[in-house]
Design a protein around this ligand. Sequence first.
Ligand code: FES
Length: 193
Amino acid sequence: MKRQKPAKEPQAQGSLPEQTRGASESLSAGTSRRSLLARFGLGATLLALAGQAYAFLRSLVPNVLYEQPQKFKVGTPSQFGEGAKFFEQQRVFVFRERDTFFAISAVCTHLGCTVKMERLNQAKRVKTQGRDFEEQVEFHCPCHGSKYYGDGTNYFGPAPKPLAYFKLEVAPDDGQLMVDMTARVSQDFRLTV
Ligand code: FES
């Protein structure tokens, strides 16, 4: 007698076939791996961009901010002859008149160009703000033509006010003259040595 093959067991209703379930699991694992990788990629890109932005901004700021010292020594009185000595970096004239000294700024009061000292061919009698003196030099600005008398008083061009005078003192440690650009003084200021 021929034995009958047992009928295939019916599949439980509602459950996916084994193969389909496996495929779906590996698909979802693949998707989450891809999304993780995408997030890593995005994070790395953002980090790289942030790094570049920082490097760019940092390059705009110099490593060392160099500011001209506002107080500086210019030498001992004996190193000065009669007349003016110009200190180009600081843009200051230091004058000696016999045993007195004073310092005048070379910064034009119009827009800050450096004025030039012009030696006059002939001494000139000048009256400024009640002062009466004989000048040997004047200051002229090459930028817009302002002119200043020998005492720094503006008399021509767009400069709105006289050149500044700075305090001068003798350094206690070595006897050098020291200009203090933080201290403005009047045109009458004289340091007697
Ligand atoms: S800056 Fe000197 S006249 Fe303008």
